[in-house]
Design a binder for this molecule. Sequence first.
Ligand code: HAM
Length: 445
Amino acid sequence: MRDRQAQAPRQDGDSGIENVISYLFYQCPMVERPRGTRDLTPEDMAKRRYVLDSIRRISDSFGFREIATPTFENAELFILRSGPDIVDQMYVFKDKKDRELALRPELTASVVRFFLAELKNYPKPLKLYYLGNCFRYERPQKGRYREFYQYGAELIGGKPLDSDAELIDLAMSVIRGVGLKNAVLRVGNIGILRKLLEESSDILACLRSISTENFDELSSLLAKNGLSDIEDTILSLAKLKGPDVLDEARNLVGDKAIEEVDYLETLGGVLKNLGMENIQYEPGMVRGLDYYTGMVFEIDCPNLGAEKQVMGGGSYSLADLLGGEPIFSTGFAFGVDRMVLALEAEDYSFPSRGLDVYVIPIGDSMREKAMGVLKTLRENGFSADMDLVGRGPSKNLDYANAVGAKKAIFAGEDEWSRNSVSVKDMESGEQTDVPIDQLIDALSK
Ligand code: HAM
């Protein structure tokens, strides 16, 4: 074993980075990952990439275009506009010029900031999507992390009904497109509660107390605003969930918010025409972010247990809050980590991301020739690798199996003298000699 103390960093002459590396390597007991973060293995990443590839394909097919925004923003962007739940969970820090920055807890505020600064002259509607990591200081558990990955879409500047329907259609197409079978679509309209509470000077606080089911707080907020007469209506509305609850919602809210209930019903009709069955209506749905104003929706994958919500979104008013003109906007975000977990819970068989070909030189004399074969394979678009350790053929086959290679190519002197190599199908075990000049054609088949 190396003597850690003896190798302690020198104080003079070492560069800073050498000092850090030396400390980590020789002195530091064990540097652990921060709580709530994860390392992803090649297998984990293969699953994530499958999900991201599907997401990109489906979003592109809907005419959405991918954008990216910074991982950190001026903290103010989120502090002012997202609501206290998110703000409490934010990673906020000062940079060297004393600016207050935050790791993004979500991307909607960033997208709207970007829209107002640079995209507002693009033809409308603007259909944008993004993939990126987010950070929230939450109590970690399976499916709930402090760094997690979101896929989101925002549709800015369209007509409300068509835009909301298009967005929900995209979300459900993503669910189906990645292969998820068990998902529940729940749709509400926060406009109903906003309308009922419009005379209150504490609308956001009331909505938060409904969302956290803190009904005592709701009661005192309503009393403070002289609105105790609508308390029972709100409590009944908050409990209303199911495919056939809209008539009851209409009876509850009366004339006050009838248009908002009608909107939900019309939207439901459009969604049914798009093939969506089993829509669960929740006329009293409130989401954890303050900026929603109209339709709100969530998708659950019940197999996931406590953290079953794979997606949340709705229409919102942020552009005006950020100093721009009001413009209809609607969007959603999926938790990509939860999508992978949901697929695993359904025993989804993820497509293999193994190598196309693994090249095995038989003996040192064949290494250079094998390298030539490897280069040709790579230049022709195959993912290909070769023994870099100098193992024997059977150990090499074990390795080829372990990395999921579809074919193994043996480059041996005998075959080479006949201008051939031997190609083994790793699944069937079948092995055939293939002339080198026909190798690419043979593998392409
Ligand atoms: P959100 O509901 O806060 O909405 O997050 C969206 C999704 O991110 C959740 O449904 C969940 O799947 C995932 N998620 C949230 N927190 C965590 C966590 N700690 N660990 C793992 N996954 C998590 C938004 O972020 C809004 N920006 C959505 C939106 C876009 N609304 C309009 N446009």
